[in-house]
Design a protein around this ligand. Structure first.
Ligand code: SF4
Length: 487
């Protein structure tokens, strides 16, 4: 029997952390419930892994969802799920922390628990089992999965974990039970939600009717934890370098958290409020240190909307000098397309001008107003025009189908806007200067209502409705003059 990509499971990567176990050391298994290449691309795990391992009394290891081939072998041979660093069963750890980034990974959470030999339901777990703790954006709306978790950490992980670990150590030293620990965590550590300490009743439509703590001192309302001073928050100087190509195989420099815009469908825009920037000095330090400690050949700026970072110009200037010396590429996602961004992108994409991306999200101005996407057709066409004049000939457009209040007209608008941009290329670029034919790639994903957004109670389309909308989009593209240039 063989498994594909065994490097997913062996650990030992550059900058991964090995420790010698000492009495009282807390063992934390940090799980991204998806395959290694995706999990290793996640910044939040790198931040927490680094933060935990700076504590002398904690050893944090990583665990990912095994691919189907290894899953099958593990079940046949009764091999329990193990952490990458020590290769020891997750079941022996004090904590299993699972980051919940998207709802589609919920079945993987069950796979991880099942393969680890940990009872799926929190109520069936004993003193021998790790405390299963959920975090990440989906934990802001924990109720649908509450039965599977002992504890949820609501908010940004940098703030309350040290306190939680101290409470755990105190309870353990006194020989206390897991229930005692959970009660103290709920009472003493901000941002903790222990489902077993609440009675939740539901209305007929599935929404919550009441949510009442069952023990004294347990908060009736849990407030999300946020880091206000990002400059002094932990950030990895030595991120782990995967052995095999990860989905995001580069150094990631988080420049700010939060977004100043308020698109009504966007969960990240709501959850990560308020906007917090890192200083230029901090970013220069981390950029240099991380490139030196990893040997990576690319650095990417991470934020929800990089154009809104107030020192972007100075940062890009610094990176261009540093990266030229080190022969490192710079990647700048999430930029608004304006003259400054195009200038910067022109410099960093010096060899071949790859495609530019706009995210109008909706085809008509009416629907863009409904979703509060502050991007007008005028701005899109102006940006595209500047890009075409600057030598780009490929544009990617992102849209959503099934948004609230969408009509057929809005769907047709997707094709019409794509067509207008294609036509613009031939208007602004003279024949002799054209870099081949223009190519517009318009992609549509389906709207999913997300908790804590203004659209949280909007209905989601059925599969059939979505497929009809997709068919209408394609049909509308075929009716356009420049249909051959639109994919
Ligand atoms: S979609 Fe982008 S710009 Fe809009 S709120 Fe979300 S992160 Fe911000």
């Amino acid at each position: 029997m063989s498994v594909s990509s065994p490097a997913r499971y062996v650990g030992g990567e550059v900058n991964s952390v090995m420790k010698t176990l000492t009495p009282g050391m807390v063992r934390f298994a940090m799980c991204f419930p998806d395959v290694y290449e995706i999990g290793m691309s996640h910044l939040g795990i790198q931040i927490l892994y680094d933060m935990f391992n700076r504590y002398d009394d904690v050893w944090c290891e990583r665990v990912y969802s095994p691919w189907l081939d290894l899953d099958k072998i593990m079940r046949e041979k009764k091999i329990p799920l193990f952490a990458l660093e020590s290769q020891e069963p997750v079941k022996n750890f004090d904590f299993l922390g699972i980051t919940l980034q998207y709802e589609m990974c919920y079945t993987n959470v069950l796979q991880v628990l099942d393969l680890s030999g940990i009872p799926l339901l929190a109520k069936d777990r004993t003193e021998e089992d790790p405390i299963v703790i959920g975090g990440g954006p989906c934990s802001y709306n924990p109720e649908p999965i509450a039965e599977f978790f002992d504890l949820f950490y609501i908010g940004e992980g940098e703030t309350a974990y040290r306190k939680l670990l101290d409470v755990y150590k105190e309870v353990k030293e006194k020989g206390g039970s897991r229930q005692e620990f959970l009660l103290r965590a709920a009472r003493e550590v901000p941002g903790m939600y222990v489902p077993s300490l609440y009675e939740v009743s539901y209305k007929e439509d599935g929404t919550i009717a009441s949510f009442v703590p069952t023990k004294e001192g347990v908060p009736a309302k849990i407030t999300k934890e946020i880091v206000m001073d990002l400059d002094n928050a932990p950030y990895p100087e030595k991120p782990v370098v995967p052995f095999i190509r990860a989905t995001q195989d580069r150094v990631v420099l988080e420049i700010q958290r939060g977004c100043i815009r308020g698109c009504r469908f966007c969960q990240a825009g709501q959850l990560y409020r308020p906007v917090r920037e890192k200083s230029l000095e901090t970013l220069k330090h981390y950029a240099t240190t991380m490139l030196d400690s990893t040997g990576q050949e690319e650095i990417s700026l991470s934020s929800l909307s990089s154009s809104d970072y107030s020192h972007l110009e100075e940062l890009v200037d610094f990176l261009m000098t540093t990266c030229q010396e080190k022969k490192v590429n710079i990647s700048l996602p999430s930029l608004r397309i304006d003259a400054f961004s195009l200038d910067v992108m022109g410099k960093v994409q010096d060899v071949k001008k790859s495609s530019l991306t706009f995210a109008p999200e909706a085809g008509s101005q009416r629907l863009r107003n409904v979703i509060n996407k502050g991007l007008t057709e005028e701005v899109i066409l102006k940006g595209a025009g500047l890009a075409f004049e600057g030598g780009w000939s490929r544009v990617k457009l992102y849209f959503m189908l099934g948004l609230p209040f969408e009509t057929e007209e809005d769907i047709r608008g997707i094709a019409e806007l794509s067509n207008k941009i294609a036509a613009l290329y031939y208007e602004v670029v003279p024949k002799e200067k054209r870099n081949g034919p223009v190519q517009i790639v318009s992609s549509t994903s389906f709207f999913i209502p997300k908790p804590f957004t203004p659209f949280q109670w909007a209905p989601m389309c059925t599969k059939e409705q979505f497929l009809d909308k997709a068919a209408l989009t394609k049909q509308a593209v075929r009716e356009q003059l420049n249909q051959k240039r639109i994919k």
